[in-house]
Design a protein around this ligand. Structure first.
Ligand SMILES: [Zn+2]
Length: 136
């Protein structure tokens, strides 16, 4: 019997949400590298925070991003530089807000919790404002 010491990390397959099949031509080598790096940083964050989270939105091919209500045209989800994690009770958002030094260390930026009710948006590139916590 094995004892699980920590939560299983998020997987690339979860991040692609099956979209790598139908939209394979859009998923370039650069995007795949971005996705790996996004998961690497976010998995480190979740380990530090001690949370187990599901991905509510990972990679968004252009055709899918266009159907997401409120999604930005230049959304970082298009280029595999952003992730949304389920966060119904806001606990992960609250943890991030209380641990901005960890976000800085891991080079992650957070959409302001007021703008993301029910989920937590993290990205690996700074927004134009450069602020660690930003409004979309
Ligand atoms: Zn997002």
């Amino acid at each position: 019997m094995s004892v699980r010491k920590s939560a299983p990390p998020l997987k690339l397959a979860d991040y692609y949400m099956g979209r790598d099949k139908l939209h394979r031509h859009e998923l370039t080598r650069e995007l795949r590298a971005n996705a790996r790096e996004t998961l690497r940083r976010v998995n480190r964050l979740l380990r530090r925070a001690g949370f187990v989270c599901r991905i509510s939105s990972g990679w968004r091919p252009a055709a899918i991003n266009a159907t997401v209500p409120g999604a930005a045209q230049g959304s970082k989800h298009l280029s595999c530089l952003a992730i949304d994690l389920e966060d119904r009770n806001g606990r992960l958002d609250a943890w991030c807000m209380a641990n901005l030094a960890v976000l800085e260390e891991l080079q992650l930026w957070l959409e302001h919790p007021e703008a993301t009710p029910g989920w937590c948006h993290l990205q690996t590139l700074p927004p134009r404002s450069g602020k660690r916590v930003f409004y979309p």
